[in-house]
Design a protein around this ligand. Structure first.
Ligand code: NAD
Length: 262
């Protein structure tokens, strides 16, 4: 398939490189020309194990290209993935201006059958709202929410062997395209979880919030251990041995406890 990825930050670069590695033809677009120049030379802007080799290999094969021109990057695309930043603003709300900018540019440049895939983390209702805005402009868009779950240091592995693929879309044609896109990964028997847009958007926040809660919780227990002369290593070992709690993402954030991460 011909895929365009908008935004070559952490998520966009991993997405572009891994889709190219799985046999798709990928064009990555970024407004940051310096970053694009570097990437065209095969220099990765981030470090992740395995990324640099796959970037250089797929550039050489011609499966992966970089540009800062929307016209060039979108020509011939059947799928457009949005991976631009959605940073929190001072009031806590997500800044969706990068996503809106990219979205409005794309709807002007691509035919209606092109599928838009939202990989950026967005507040509930964003996909619906973008579709509504497009239709007010007389454009019909096909849109799927496809949140990304990458762990720092294991992002390439996570993308190539995802624990699950989340698809927020109900239209049969959209789901067929997405299953085709992810065929190289889902062949590994990874579940594809299909739901509506809002559920997919909320699921991403639910996962992030839950994982953050576990880390905050164990940090509090570590602080409490110090105050009551308990040993956090011992306390944690009891928690980890409880199968209802599970062993992942339950280590205090400070180095002074020097616990191995999992
Ligand atoms: N970093 C993570 O671990 C992670 C994991 C899962 C999901 N996410 C989500 O994925 C999204 C992207 O995160 P990131 O960390 O890759 O962001 P990032 O800030 O590293 O990269 C965003 C890129 O988008 C580019 N950009 C901005 N506006 C653009 C436009 N209009 N057209 C083209 N390019 C544009 C920027 O120049 C930048 O290179 C966010 O919504 C984030 O919450 C991040």
């Amino acid at each position: 398939m011909n895929i365009t990825v908008i935004g070559t930050g952490y998520v966009g670069l991993i997405t572009g490189v891994c889709f190219a590695e799985s046999g798709h033809h990928v064009y990555c677009i970024d407004v940051d020309e310096k970053k694009i120049n570097q990437l065209q030379k095969g220099e990765s802007s981030i470090f992740e194990p395995g990324l640099s080799d796959l970037l250089q290999k797929n550039l050489k094969l011609g499966h992966l290209k970089f540009t800062s021109s929307y016209d060039q990057g979108l020509a011939g695309a059947s799928v457009v993935c949005f991976a631009v930043g959605t940073p929190a603003q001072e009031d806590g709300r997500a800044n969706l201006s990068y996503l809106s900018d990219a979205f409005y540019k794309c709807i002007e440049l691509v035919p209606e059958e092109v599928l838009f895939v939202i990989k950026s983390t967005v507040p509930v209702g964003t996909a619906f709202s973008l579709s509504e805005k497009a239709s007010k402009l007389g454009k019909k868009v096909r849109l799927v929410s496809n949140p990304e779950f990458l762990r720092e240091g294991r992002a390439v592995e996570d993308f190539l062997k995802p624990e699950r693929i989340v698809l927020g879309a109900t239209e049969e044609k959209t789901l067929k395209t997405m299953k085709e896109l992810y065929r190289p990964f889902s062949a590994l028997d990874r579940p594809i979880l299909v739901m509506n847009h809002n559920s997919a958007e909320l699921a991403k926040y639910a996962c992030n919030a839950y994982l953050a809660t576990r880390i905050s919780f164990i940090n509090d227990i570590a602080n409490l251990s110090e105050r009551v002369a308990a040993n956090i290593h011992d306390v944690r070992s009891v928690m980890l041995s409880d199968s209802r709690i599970g062993s992942k993402f339950l280590y205090p954030g400070t180095e002074k406890y020097s616990l191995s991460k999992n």
